[in-house]
Design a protein around this ligand. Structure first.
Ligand code: URA
Ligand code: SF4
Length: 188
């Protein structure tokens, strides 16, 4: 019998496949509805996420929740949110290629189970890893690209929007496009 979602989560939460396990407080498995048609993927937990065990709960997360709410999406209702690496890289550095490689199997398993129609990459690291190794987010955000039966789109990372608020309207536009695409596909 296939293990349940909860069993998968429990297994992930004791993972020691890479060195990030030695500095983490919590494995940040993901949050949301595993039946969702749309997944969001960030790069990895920050300090707040590591302490609370949930993705995007700091200031960037609050901004993400606002953008989601503007298009009637809610992390507890109709989407699923996860990260490329599930343990916090020290000092919030980018996750190393070998850490991403060690961790990606968990995200693959989540994606295999959820079978999302759309995956939205939050920032460059997720976009590079999941569908476009040479992406230039500033030019290519908001554009849908099909790969392996899933539509991928990237948007600017909410933490980048906090540093550069002038980019907020562009990010908002990405969320509007997402809503349009969901309507087109009959997902809402
Ligand atoms: N940034 C990310 O990429 N992921 C989180 O969960 C929080 C901040
Ligand atoms: Fe395991 Fe991923 Fe955490 Fe590394 S980052 S210990 S691979 S869950």
């Amino acid at each position: 019998m296939q293990e349940t979602w909860e069993e998968l989560q429990n297994r992930c939460c004791s993972c020691t496949r890479c060195g990030l396990c030695s500095t983490r407080h919590h494995v940040v498995f993901g949050v949301g509805n595993p039946q969702a048609k749309v997944m969001f993927v960030g790069e990895g937990p920050g300090e707040n996420e590591d302490l609370q065990g949930e993705p995007f709960v700091g200031r960037a997360g609050q901004l993400l929740d606002k953008l989601l709410a503007a298009v009637d999406l809610d992390r507890h209702e109709n989407i699923y949110i996860a990260n490329i690496v599930k343990c916090r890289p020290p000092h919030n550095r980018d996750p190393l290629p070998e850490e991403q490689e060690a961790c990606i199997g968990w995200l693959r398993e989540q994606t295999r189970r959820i079978r999302p129609r759309i995956i939205v990459c939050l920032g460059r690291i997720a976009a590079q890893r999941l569908y476009k190794p040479d992406i230039r987010i500033t030019r290519e955000h908001g554009i849908f690209e099909e790969k392996g039966g899933i539509l991928f789109m990237s948007t600017l990372h909410p933490a980048a929007l906090l540093r550069n608020p002038a980019q907020k309207p562009a990010a908002f536009d990405d969320f509007i496009r997402l809503r349009q695409k969901m309507e087109e596909l009959g997902l809402r």
